[in-house]
Design a protein around this ligand. Structure first.
Ligand SMILES: Cc1cc2nc3c(=O)[nH]c(=O)nc-3n(C[C@H](O)[C@H](O)[C@H](O)COP(=O)(O)O)c2cc1C
Length: 245
């Protein structure tokens, strides 16, 4: 991508608007793919990267997704779409990737020769992360939650351990990647619209995704029509959301 012609971060943030009507003009698949690569550079809880990105360019799949998104305007005219998927269910695989990565960085030596810092990092992925993610139909998560509530009376304790909490953890990071993607697109004058108005079961079926996956957002992509953005940007007064301590 030609970074010399890209907008600055603040210019891209100002430019980005949810676009409901896109021009017929095609956008470059490779540039969109590069923006997806930039999405994967977003920060992610414990570097678990519990996400996947489905880059939809096929007209047939686009129309299937449009139907599953209630034929809303942002979907109907999209030139391409990116489906951001939260994959909490892949946590064991991602733990292993992190462990493999750490071991490859530490060098080929027996564990007894690891430094304290190296052991701490390994222990984090071998013990702490699995303790957080391991659950049996939500029961273990609730027990962990109750246990940490009690510990929390005596000292600062991380308490978000229920199944629903871990879903939020995966969704949060996926949403950061989605925003990275939209801003990268904006930087090259490509428009987007994040969508959560869809039938998630139907979307999973279209993409052949397992039931355990979760659709974080569908982002329609293209170039805005002149009337493709509905009205001025509205935000509540900044003073209402800004608190200085
Ligand atoms: C998680 C999420 C889901 C959204 N879902 C939809 C949607 O289904 N359809 C739609 O037209 N816009 C959708 N939007 C766009 C919002 O309506 C839009 O971001 C908001 O009105 C602010 O406008 P702006 O993005 O142009 O600043 C969604 C935005 C977010 C962040």
């Amino acid at each position: 991508m030609d970074i010399m012609n890209e907008k600055s971060v603040s210019e891209a943030i100002e430019f980005r608007r949810s676009t409901r009507l896109f021009q017929k003009k095609a956008i470059d698949e490779n540039k969109v793919k590069e923006c997806i690569r930039l999405a994967t550079l977003a920060p992610t809880s414990s570097n678990m990267q519990l996400w996947e990105f489905y880059h939809v360019t096929s007209p047939e799949v686009l129309s299937q997704i449009t139907a599953a998104s209630f034929f809303q305007n942002a979907a109907k005219t999209a030139n391409q779409m990116v489906v951001v998927v939260a994959r909490k269910d892949l946590w064991k695989k991602r733990v292993q990737s992190n462990i493999d990565h750490l071991k490859s960085k530490f060098g080929d030596k027996p564990e007894s020769e690891y430094s304290k810092r190296e052991l701490f990092a390994l222990n984090y992925y071998q013990k702490i992360v699995p303790t957080l993610y391991f659950d049996i139909i939500g029961i273990l998560g609730t027990l962990k939650f109750l246990f940490f509530q009690v510990i929390g009376i005596f000292k600062p304790t991380y308490k978000e351990t229920r199944r629903s909490d871990m879903r939020i953890v995966a969704q949060k990071s996926a949403a950061l990647a989605a925003q990275n993607f939209m801003l990268s697109m904006a930087a090259i004058n490509y428009d987007t619209c994040p969508m959560e108005g869809f039938d998630s079961l139907r979307i999973k079926k279209i993409l052949d995704l397992p039931f355990s996956s979760e659709i974080n957002m569908i982002i329609s992509c293209g170039i805005r029509e002149e009337n493709g953005v509905y009205g001025e940007r509205f935000r509540v007064p900044f003073e209402e959301v800004y608190y200085k301590l």
